[in-house]
Design a protein. Sequence first.
Length: 712
Amino acid sequence: MGGGASITDGDTEEFSVTYNYGSDNNISQASVTFGEFYNRRHEFTEEFTYQNGYMISDVLNDTLVWELFDQDRWGNVTENRDYQGGTQYTYNDYGNMLYMNRHDNYMVSETYAYDIQTGNMISKNGIPLTYDSMNQLTGYGDCTYSYDTKGNITNQPHVGEFSYNGFKIDDMNIQGHLTLDGDLRISYYKAIERPKSIENDRFKAEFYYDGNGDRIMMKVYEKISGTPTLSFTRYYFAPNAEMTADSHGHYRYLYYAGNDAYTAPAVMVTDENRCSSIYQITRDNIGSVLVYANANGDHYENSYTPWGIRSCGAGNYTCFYNPGQEPGYGPFFRTYTGHEDLWMFGLINANARLYSPYLGRFVSPDPLLNSEGGPLDYNPYIYARNNPYKYIDKNGEFPWLLFGAALGAGFNIWQNSDNIHCFGDALFYGFAGAGAGSLGGWIGPSAAVSLGLGATGAIAGSVAGAITGYISSTIGGTLNAAYSGDFSKFSLGSIFTQTAFSAAIGGIMGGIDAVSKNTNFFTGGIKEELFGACYCSTCNSSGFSLGESTITGTYVGTVDGVPVFETKKFGSVIKKQADGYYHFRGITIPKRGIIVAQGAYSSGKDIGTALVQHEFGHILQCRMYGSYAYYHIIAPESMANCIYSNAMGNQAIHDNFWTETWANYLSKEFFGSKYVGGPDYPAINISSWNRFRMEVARTCGVISGWRGLLQW
């Protein structure tokens, strides 16, 4: 079976790839074509080999660029090989990389240590790291970092100190050996919140995007005698294909093997004469490029400070280069976390945003604020929650604050257009609407969750949108009338119009968000087969009988990236039953998430949080030993014991069963001081016998077809 995909720029170059599939429906071959125009056509193939559904080799243009050599018991790759050499890795029980060693002509190694309770890296290559109560990086070796109450970084050791007006830098005190351009001029496409251009005294760059907001082209101009002259144009054909054309007629095509520019093990570089060279890429634990080299001896090495400044050598975090004075990049222009390095501005192009490693923050705002995070997520310029070794980049989900602000501002200006006589009037109505809309955008989603509608889906979105519109229209209308003295626009009709419009838009947003989470478009819910680890407290009357095969739940949020769903069928931690007790249950299905009683996650009550944390312990069991061991030992034994303890009327039987006490133990280790499980959640580590059984099951999961080993 074959399929194809093509991306074409009709005026310049073309990139196309046709995929061929094997009998197992995995891609077996990619046939790639570069340079259809200007008579520079270049063709090559990439071939993939699979075993038991997993890719085990990648051959690019008849050159081995990646081959699986060994894995650990959790499925992490512990050694891979290629035509130049190979790389070895080790991981802890939580999937954190502890060691990386590249062995070829250009050897490089890295070591890491972590706090398993917070997930923070506490040592890199022997250099200690420290953090504050907000998990912001405060120390790296002898360097210390500080922040204001809004999360703005106020000092970068060996760079300078910064002061702020709100979220924006107000003043910089830069150390004498550095030259930072504090006069960068940046413009934006307001509709998609993307950088449009950036300019300093020497260079200017222009950015172009498609209808989805993905970048497709960048033009860089060098100012000669003050006049911008085109230096080069870069095309982004696909996540794994790029091309740069300079003003002298030279072309450079880049094809990333196996994946995109952020994870590819190798890149093939081809010039306008069809001369190709394959560079193997060595990355650290967060995807930063450390070394890339080809078979001809051409190699390039990088090292970085915690915030991504290219330093003078590995471990040398006090010596680094001025912006624009770094050593050559060669043909591969990606560095920190795999992002594109804009050396001429001292910035990193992080797709939707521009990031300054010297400032440790974005210089353009994040277009989507994370509505499911903490206080630091509402600073639009903050980078990685000020924890650059734990997080790489932020993704905003369901941006109700921005939605409310934009909706309120636009609607308010439109409604009062005949009262706007000067720029000051427009400014007032815009800010009044934005402020009222932001308040509604903050209250609306919380109200939808509290009503049991969940955090996603068209229905929840409509309710949240309606509340957002209602609050925006009433508060905004009051402010408008007080400002203009005209009360004619403040009517039930105007309130209804904005509320209905907000509900419609919110419903569309909620539905799209639900689909992105693989839940029902309208309800944000799921219907799952019940086969997982179970917990049941005072399991009397919740409208659900143990032994039922399916359950429907509503999405309410995540725990460490794991979706959480709530359902009344599993009882409630909000309302006590007639006997004076809460009746609630939970079940963990690692392939889908955690399903718990109503309010267990959304209410914030300790009794519910303890249940969610317990269920997350089952997720940790699956992460440690894999899904095969989980579904062949943990899930059936936990469910059977839960049914048995319920039949016997003795909850303590299940509370003290090994699958549950071990889940509590892992959860307590993971959450640390935030763990709220008490006597009802006894925490005991796994026994030697059960550990042996889990090890055997894990091995069976790796060796396909050995399921009979578990039939004791």
